[in-house]
Design a protein around this ligand. Structure first.
Ligand code: GLV
Ligand code: MN
Ligand code: MN
Length: 415
């Protein structure tokens, strides 16, 4: 039995991808950018087409509600994010948002009224590509991040998240209203592309995730003295860039040495003032650290700090800011079992998997029972323009969520 419509899914994925700051060079849709606003308005219209009542919350998450027979019951929430990394792909995030809309469309198509509400959510700033840290929507919604922090975090141009929110048309003074009351969600379900090669390599359709790795993000800043590249003798320099690269060249080996599936990435670096003939005086880079075991993540953080501070000790100032820490997170075992059962009932080839990528699901997992379903990524590529998942594969993942949503809302799925 198949339910979801690959053509409908394709239309939503491709339609959303038109809101992109870098057409032809992958997808770039940063939170609160003009493309993000246009995408949100377009998504709101598509949610209404699927029969949902739409609201935008105080930080710009978009919610579409399919009313339940008992509106007072907490909803089953299905969704993901619609921001992207710079020059990324069209599926990371949108696949889960589109999955939620398609589940709602299936309820409507089959004339089903859920016993409790079903809500679809499209979230902001999961990637942290604009304001750093990431997982921002889920952290604000669940109370892990105080909305007042929006005044403290800024993008690369120095625009604070609060200023960007105001320019987006929302009132930063009300941002705290986005926080959910305890018990406000019955369960949270997310569909995501795998972003790795395992499902494709095994010819499998879906993975039901049972655990998400721990992750941390640091930002290190080295401060030196700017000066003339031609007239400052080598012996008299305090070059922030030389310090930064000396430290960062040592970091990947920390992860290799500690092993235990730990990974460490420096993905962004900023060099100021940025003149070819000026000695750099301020250099920052990010450090993304992940491992399945919390102790390994915390050890790697400590070792990273030690390397940076030791290099900084050579006459440079250093600051290290921890922008994100999320412990390894087990997802709901009963939901894992249910999602596995639904996949089997659909005749899908499935497996259990640990997620090496971070997802909003890992933040929701402490707030409500949470389930996460992966669908295959072609060649295992993600966070790159080549990111691809066949629409028929996406539809199979949506079918698993649809059966789960039926069961969780007391509805008999169509035969
Ligand atoms: C999100 O893609 C993350 O894992 O950082
Ligand atoms: Mn991502
Ligand atoms: Mn994602």
């Amino acid at each position: 039995m198949r339910y979801a419509d690959p053509a409908r899914i394709e239309a939503l994925i491709e339609g959303l991808d038109r809101f992109n700051a870098t057409p032809g060079q992958g997808t770039t849709r940063l939170t609160y950018s003009p493309e993000f606003r246009a995408a949100s308005d377009w998504l709101a219209a598509r949610m209404r087409d699927a029969g949902l009542t739409v609201r935008e919350d105080a930080v710009g998450n978009l919610w579409g509600r399919l009313e339940g027979r008992d509106p007072a019951l907490a909803p089953v929430v299905i969704g993901s994010h619609f921001d992207s990394v710079p020059h990324g792909g069209r599926f990371d995030g949108p696949a889960g948002v589109v999955a939620g809309i398609e589940v709602a469309a299936l309820f409507r198509q089959h004339g089903l009224t859920p016993g409790r509400p079903v809500e679809v959510i499209a979230m902001i700033e999961e990637e942290g590509a604009r304001f750093g840290g990431g997982l921002m929507a889920s952290r604000i919604l669940t109370g892990r991040m105080d909305a007042a922090r929006l005044h403290d975090i800024a993008d690369g141009a120095g625009v604070t998240a609060a200023e960007a929110l105001a320019a987006y048309g929302l009132d930063p003074a009300r941002a705290h209203q986005a926080r959910l009351a305890p018990g406000a969600i019955h369960v949270f379900l997310e569909l995501h592309i795998e972003q790795g090669p395992v499902l494709e390599a095994h010819g499998q359709d879906v993975a039901i995730v049972d655990r998400i790795v721990g992750l941390a993000q640091l930002k290190a800043t080295f401060r030196g003295q700017a000066g003339h590249a031609g007239t400052t003798p080598m012996a008299n320099r305090r070059d922030a860039l030389v310090g930064a690269v000396t430290a960062l060249a040592q970091l990947p080996d920390l992860a290799r040495r500690i092993g235990r599936d730990a990974v460490l990435t420096v993905g962004r670096m900023e060099v100021l003032p940025g003149g070819a003939n000026v000695i750099p005086d301020r250099v920052s880079f990010t450090v993304d650290i992940r491992a399945p075991e919390e102790g390994v993540v915390t050890d790697l953080i400590a070792q990273t700090r030690a390397v940076i501070e030791q290099v900084g000790g050579n006459g440079l100032g250093v600051e290290i800011e921890q922008q994100l820490f999320a412990a390894p997170t087990p997802l709901s075992a009963p939901l894992h079992a249910a999602l596995t059962r639904h996949a089997e009932r659909l005749g899908l080839q499935g497996r259990t998997m640990v997620s090496g990528a971070g997802h909003d699901a890992m933040i929701f997992a402490d707030f409500a029972p949470t389930g996460l379903v992966f669908v295959p990524s072609r060649d295992g590529i993600s966070h790159a323009p080549q990111e691809w998942t066949d629409f028929g594969q996406l539809a199979k993942g949506v079918d698993v969520l649809f059966l789960a949503a039926c069961e969780l809302t007391g509805v008999r799925p169509p035969a």
